[in-house]
Structure formats: structure tokens, C-alpha cells
Design a protein around this ligand. Sequence first.
Ligand code: TRP
Ligand code: ZN
Length: 916
Amino acid sequence: MTTTAAGAQARPILLADYTPPPFLVDQVALDFDFQRDYVLVSATLALRRNPQAAADAPLVLDGEDLETLSVAVDGVELAAAQYTLTATTLTLAADAAVGETCTLRTQVRIRPDENTRLSGLYRSADGYFTQCEAQGFRRISWFPDRPDVMARFTVTLHAERERLPVLLANGNPVGSGEEAPVTPGGRARHWARWEDPFPKPCYLFAIVAAKLDVLRDEFTTGSGRRVQLAIYVEPGKLDQCGHAMAALKQAMRWDEQRFGLECDLDHYMIVAVGDFNMGAMENKGLNIFNTKYVLARPDLATDHDYEGIDRVVAHEYFHNWTGNRVTCRDWFQLSLKEGLTVFRDQEFGADVHQRSVARIREVRTLRAAQFPEDAGPMRHPVRPSAYVEINNFYTATVYEKGAEVVRMIHTLLGEDAFRAGMDLYFARHDGQAVTCEDFVSAMADASNVDLAQFMRWHERAGTPRLVARGQHDPATQRYTLTLTQLPPAPVAGAKADEDAVTPLHIPVTLGLLGADGADLPLRLVGEDAGAAAPTTRTLSLTAPTQEFIFENIGATPAPSLLRNFSAPVRLDLPASDDELALRMAHDSDAFNRWEAGQQLASRLILGAAARLAATPDNADTSAIAREAVAKDWPASFAAAAARILDAVIDGRSADPAFAAEALALPSEATLAEEMAVVDPDALFAARMDLRRFLGTQLSERLHTLYASLAPTGAYQPTSADAGRRALRHLCLDLIAAADPAAGCALAARQFAAADNMSDQYAALVLLAHHGGAAAEQALADFHARWRHEALALDKWLLAQATSRRPDTLAVVRRLLAHDDFDLRNPNKVYALLRGFGANHVRFHAADGAGYRFMAEQTLALDAINPQVAARLARCFDRWRRFDAARQAQARAALARLAAHAGLSRDVAEIVQRALA
Ligand code: TRP
Ligand code: ZN
């Protein structure tokens, strides 16, 4: 490990070092006394030596930023010599009377008003909230802060009644009442007590003490138990909770129907808070949510926001079984709960919305975020084997690739056996803290499918490559498909993964298309000729190379591989433009129809970008450069796109959402992964020019659709309506790409006429890209209208930060000083700063200004909130993929970060890995 100022003390935690906890906690009683400037926390722990651990291990508790007031064992206060305090541990001396069991009472003072990290107990506008995953509980009280210690919690809260009228904790309310003021004539106080009947790890602990409004409802489970539902929000926002409540009930029903899982709670509460590091948190019975994933009203939330709410509400609810009833043994197993729960929320989305479009969007995210991560300095297996700061491992790999790993098991086993595996998993492990092996074993045992080799997916970093070659033999009427798996491409600066040569178990779902585009029956040599041959099947590739021979194939077919994206790999399959066009038009697998179009588009953009990069001075997208690119766009691509639009125009396809996905080009982040040396200017110019080409060629159709897809009634966030809007916005985008004046005029009209945020925001983004008076006007109007709505202001910031205009960095700098920006609020940071970091062509500006800016902001934020600062620092992940001049700029910015004394462990880990 390199020794920089901050990195010197950052020792990695290793999976191999796991040992069971020396002490278990059966019961814990917590008492929170909210005073004006601080909170007193008393914790009474019923401790017991773990028979599974060394009998003489000392009792060590975790803590952080705690002011310890007293420590007592079995009712007797300890003398100072009987325990040792460090900044992060409380260790009881051997003579502190800790026997087989004991009762430990600690009293601490904490200062939530000063807690800007938003981990532990902290203040937000309407009161106090907690975030304990992964290691925030130690910032509240001394405790063995690890997920394999599961305790029964009782919580009592005391606070001023006026200021903090709502007092919540996990579980069931068991008492409440008035309390005398602290000082005579002082403010009236009250108390409330909650008891959680389920043992849980402390990362699932939560309390809220705040002034909030509540929307109540009720849900009756399949077996007839009644669950009280409540959503708590900032006063005055009850009109924005209806959608989240409906989503919650829909998710509860779905989990009963699809997985036979009923809610085990009497009370299920969701609390929305404006200051929150991530999306939401699945605390037992008391979820705490970023307002972004609760609040929605047609004029304030986009279709994308509505869908996000559906998914996140479902995700946190599904955690109640996958995460809470069965939890993780240690944080290396994070994907056990996150990968599985993402898979479940994806399936929920697919079942209640549109399955094929949902899958396309999942793969888009995977390729834009996870593939780059897996090829960069932060690459790690779905189950990492080492970390410095666990908060840095809530990643696309753990979540999204983790979900792909679960999905592959589902593909290999089929729905029924997968369900049997889930049932067995819960039968075996309910109430336990387990590992990824335990999950895979349950799946294997319930299905009799051997998953031993499959388990390697959890341990292997990087995106594997799948090479496919087909050979048709007219004489035997056979088609031989040779599949070869190759380890992930080597990463610049990293040593080769020694283990990566052992083969993975890769499910390859495929079909073969005849010349007319129809599926051929798939019969492998040696299979029973009598049985009906399927047209889609899943092959198991388990060796480095395998041949699959299909019979009765009359002519060379077009292979359609990885249908539904059956494995998270990079596919190397040569295909002519004509073959891709055939599959784009006819593949019976919707995902692969989309995929063929994406491949065709990538090929065109990358080819043009390479030609542009080779021409001197491509820094501006000058007319000459454009001409050179434009000459090469093939009419056949526009024709294929035209066919997709025609199918919507003449009503043959009732699926505008699919059309919108099919015509949206791959993102720059995704395309950049395919370039030997990334030239962001050439990539940007080429991609823009292909859009201009489509806009020109399809102009008439685009205008027709833009008009015919106009809203006909009141806004509804249904997937059908959202699909129409998505296609309409795409049409507008292409119109503007070809004819900015016409496009901006339409956008300005759409902006003014919109009765919903989807239409309004799409127009705003488009105008912000083009700039000029219309953009200024729209931004000013938008701000004036929504200046009291925090989530709308995030959109206002994001639209400006992601603008492709050359002066965007200057605009972002100005916005930093705006009253509506606040470095302490993660949503604002994500909108303005990470939004800019995702602005490929502007963040990676040749002069390095984007890099210097991001380093400077990361440092400023690190002093406030290291978790979020570390997420910002991830903007540098791909720096080695650019040209030498940009690399030098990025390295200098990273080196400045690394040299900073007092850098957090969070940011230090990201920076050191980037520089290693
Ligand atoms: N477990 C949460 C989820 O995926 C996310 C989460 C992890 C989180 N760590 C966090 C949320 C820190 C807020 C802050 O649902
Ligand atoms: Zn989760």
C-alpha cells in the first residue's frame, strides 16, 4: 500500500479474518433524552459469552464520537481503571466482573446537531433521524457493531412535545405519556416507548424524533393479519405521499403472490427525510427514505421519479425478508441481501410494468455504471475479500451485478425450482446471519442443480468475455456454435487475476434466426428427435471452450445470443450490418432486438469517433469535421429506425416505450469503454452527429409522432402513458438535433404548456443543452415557480450541470454560490457536482479544469460528509483510459487529494486505488 498522508493508517479488513463475536447481546434497552444541544443515550445490554468463540476473549465495544459519561456492570459503576477507552473502542478489563453473562450499562452524550456525516443520529429540517447501516450505530451508543450480533431492542424517547411531537422507533408502541418540563415553567415534554419483538442487528435500528405529518392506511395480509401502514413527511406534504403508499401495498401483495412472503409486522412505517446519504434504508418496521423516493405529484415528479419510487419502496419492503429476517454474517456478504433484493425489485418492476423494457433499462444501467466499475480501480467481486471503508462497497457491482448473479441462478433453475430454493433458504436460515454460500446451497439443494462452479461468480472481479463463432455445414445440415470464455480484459496498472483462468458457469440463452428472421427449432445432436424442439434455450457453458451442434439447420442462421441478457458478459460475435438489421427488425427476443440496434449504433459512432480523433484539432465540433463524419452514416441505419417509428405511427406496435429505448443511442460512458484511448470530444461529436443524421432523415415521422403522442387527458404515471411520453421526448430531442431552432421552439412551447413535470423537465433539459434566451427564460421560470420545492430545485441544478454547452463548468461554479445550493445536502451534491462529473465531454475537458474542480469540491465536502465525498471522488475512476495530457491533469488532481492531511478513510481508499 502506498503511504500518503492519509493512507498510512488505513488498514484493510479481510474476509479471511472473520471470527465469531466473543459476546452476544440478547436484549438491549435504549433511552434517548433529547435536550436542546445534545442527546443523552443510556444503553443497557444483556450480554452473554458466545459458546462459539474463545472463552477468554475480552469484551470490546465499538463507538465513534461518543462522550462517555459512565460505565456500569451489573449495576455497579466501574472505576476508570476497569475499562479502557480509545477513540473507537471501549474495552472492559479482565477484572470488570464480566462472567458468562452480565448487564452492561453505558451512558453517553452525543451531539446530533453537529453531525454533518448523516451517519448515526443527526438533525434535518424537521427533527432528528438515524442512519445506522453500515456502521452508524456506534455513533449512537457503545455496542458490538456487527451484523452477526442480533438483539431484541426496547427504546424509550423523551423530548419536548412542541418541538418534536412524533417519537418513533422500530417495532410496536407500548407506552407514551406526558413528562414534567426540565425546568419549572419550562417547555412541556413527552415520552414514548417502542418494543421490537424481532431480534435484529444494530444496523437495522432506527429512531425518529421530529415534527411530521402522517398518511395512514392498512393492509390485510393473505392470512388475514392486519398491518398498520404510515408514511411520515414534512408538514404540508401529505398530498405527495399517495403514490408511495399505493406502491407499498402493491409490493406487499406481490411478495405474497410471487414468493409466498407475508409481512410479519403490526406496524410498517416510512419516514421521508430531505438530508440522506443514499436512497432509502430498510430499518425493521421503520424505513427511512430520501424524500426523492417518497414524494410525488404530477406537477413535481417525472415518470422516472414515479418509477424510482415504485422500485425503492418495493426494494426496502422486500428487505424485510431478504436482509432483515435473514441477514448478513459480515459486510463482505452485502450482496446476499442487496443483490437478491435488487433482483426482487427488478422482478416486481417487470411484473407490474413492462418486462422487456424493464430488462433493457437494467442492462443500460449495468453497462453504464457496473461495467466501467468492473474495469477500473474500484473493481471488486460481488463478494469482496477486502475493504478499507465498507461504505465504499455499496456499489453497482454489489447491487447490480449481484442481482445479475441471482438472475443467472433463476435462469439456470427456472421459476419453480428458484422458488423452491427461496423457500428452503428461509426454512433453513430464518432469524440467522448467513453467507452467500448459504444462499447458493439452498438453491442447489432445492433444485439438484450443481452450483459449485457457479459460486465463482461471487469471487471473480471483472466482466468476462464470451467469444462465439458459428459454422454451418450444408452437407450435414448442422450448425456448430463454439463458445469460448475469456477472463476479463486486463486492467491498466493492475496485476493479472491469477484465478481468472478457471472457467465460470455461464448460462447462454439463445435462438437461431432463419433468413426471414423467424426462429428455428433448436435440437442438439443426440437429443430425442421425437420431442418438440424449443426455439429459445439456455446452454450451460462450464468449460473454457465448448461446441454445441444443432441439427436440421438448412442454411447459415443468424445467432441471437444472450437473449434477455442471460449473463453479465461482453459478447464477441461477428455480425454484418445486415445481420444486425435483420435481428433489429425480427428477433423474437425484445432485448436482443434492442441490442442489435445498440450494436449497430455503437459501431457507427465508434468508427466515426476514430476518424474524427485521427483528424487534427477535433477540439471543436466544427462544420468541416461534421461533414466528414456525416458522409459516412449509412441510410440503412435510418431506415431501420424509420421502421420502428412506422410501427408506432401506423399502430402495428403498441409499444412506444420500446421504440424510445430502441432509438436512444448508447451513452458516452458506455461507448467510452470500447475505445482504446478515450477521446471525449470526438466521441461527443460523433454521437451528436448521428443524432443529427437521424433527426434529418426521420424529420417528417418525428414531427408526426410528436404531435400524435401529445397528451390527451390528465397526467397518469402509468407505464403506458410514460412510454408515450418517453417516445415523444425522444422525437423532440432528435428534431432539435437536426434543427435546433425548430426543436427549441417546440420545447419552449412544451415547457410553457406542461401540466406535469415529465414534459416540463424534458423541455428544460433540452433547452439547457442549447442555451440562449429561451433557456435562460425557462430556467428563470422554473426557479421562480419551484423555489420552495427542494426536489424540483435539484432538477434545476441537474439540468444545468449536465448541459453540454461549453461554458457549463463556469455555470456550475456560479451555482455553487447560489442560495439554493448546499454542500451539506447530499441531493444537492448529487445534482450539481456528480451531475457535472457525469457530463462526459465537459468533465473530461482537455485543460483539466473539470478535474481540478472535482478535486477541490471533494476536499471541501470531505470535511463535512466523507461518505458522499467518496462517491464524488469516484468521478475519477476512468482517468487512465484517456490520452496522456488528460491523464497528467487527472493524476495531478488526484495527487493533490492524496496529499491532503486529514483526508477521510473513505476518500483516501478511492484515491489510493485510483493512483495505485
Ligand atoms: N441498505 C440500503 C438499501 O440498499 C442502502 C444503504 C446502505 C444506505 N448504506 C446506507 C442508505 C447508508 C443510507 C445511508 O436499501
Ligand atoms: Zn438494499
